[in-house]
Design a protein around this ligand. Structure first.
Ligand code: MBD
Ligand code: FE
Length: 282
């Protein structure tokens, strides 16, 4: 990674905001007036309750106002919402799922990554740093039927915790790909193990973390979207057993079912791990 080109909160925030707008800007139009009325009233009333209960002062109110303004200026609404709010939305959305557990998407997904065959190496720099990882498994339906040609989209940070398209100096699709599983739903993906991710310290989210005395870390993780026709899309992240911050993820997105236990690879290079995905019917 080029040290002259450090990832700033404002630059990665602006990219995340732009990506979100491209994909989801129509969502507001489908929410009914009654639903908006109910939810907005409840949220505003909850804030009133906190103000009364804690006797919030004008200084504190002004600090909040100033911080909220800067979250927008820094483009950090996607980061703020995905770190502190999304995990509960995911929990509520998927509580009835029979197949594999999912978790939050986070702010750094990009659709339409390069398509790769069932056995593939993710796009990476010739001198990509880190521990090689062979990540393999099978996609099936609930009940065990293999899902031929299932799509396994994967994206993750590099060995320094940076995501392509959200940090400068990385090739466009570095460590991102869409793997098409084989006739039996099998896939074999070669990549480099990611490092833990630290929320940028120079932006509004970093300032909130510092002001509150929290920590800014997410455990190392692989992001995936697994899909097949007639089945529910699974959005998930997988973590590494014993890794730093697996027990205290700032985004509260770890579940016990999502922890990988890689072993030294049989061919002697890096680690390998098998993880199967079970998709619910639509
Ligand atoms: C990430 O990489 C991430 O996955 C989440 C959820 C929030 C911030 C950074
Ligand atoms: Fe992430």
């Amino acid at each position: 990674h080029d040290p002259e080109q450090t990832a700033t909160a404002a630059a990665s925030g602006a990219s995340a905001t732009e990506r979100f707008r491209e994909r989801r800007s129509g969502a507001a139009a489908s929410t009914s007036q009654e639903r908006v009325h109910t939810l907005a009233t409840e949220v505003i009333t909850a804030v009133h309750r906190v103000i009364r209960e804690h006797e919030v002062t004008y200084d504190e109110y002004d600090a909040l106002k100033s911080w909220l303004i800067s979250v927008g200026q820094d483009g950090e609404w996607p980061l703020f919402l995905d770190v502190w709010i999304e995990h509960v939305v995911e929990e509520v959305a998927h509580e009835d799922r029979q197949g594999s557990k999912g978790t939050i998407e986070g702010p750094y997904y990009v659709p339409d990554s390069p398509e790769l065959p069932a056995e593939a190496t993710l796009p990476m720099r010739p001198d990509e740093h880190g521990t090689p990882l062979l990540f393999q498994g099978q996609v099936t339906a609930v009940g065990g039927a293999p899902l031929a040609g299932a799509k396994v989209e994967i994206w993750h940070a590099d060995d320094e915790g940076f995501y392509s398209q959200f940090a400068p100096g990385l090739p466009e699709w570095n460590l991102r790909g869409t793997i098409i599983a084989d006739e039996q739903g099998h896939f074999r993906i070669r990549t480099m193990q990611p490092a833990p991710y630290q929320i940028p310290q120079d932006g509004s989210c970093g300032k909130l973390i510092a002001a509150a005395g929290w920590h800014a870390w997410r455990p190392a993780h692989l992001h995936l979207k697994v899909s097949a026709p007639g089945h529910q899309l699974l959005t998930v992240q997988l973590y590494f057993r014993g890794g730093e911050h697996v027990e205290d993820d700032v985004a509260q997105a770890v579940k016990p079912e999502l922890i990988l236990d890689p072993k030294p690879a049989a061919d002697g290079e890096g680690n390998e791990v098998t993880y199967d995905f079970v998709l619910d019917p639509e």
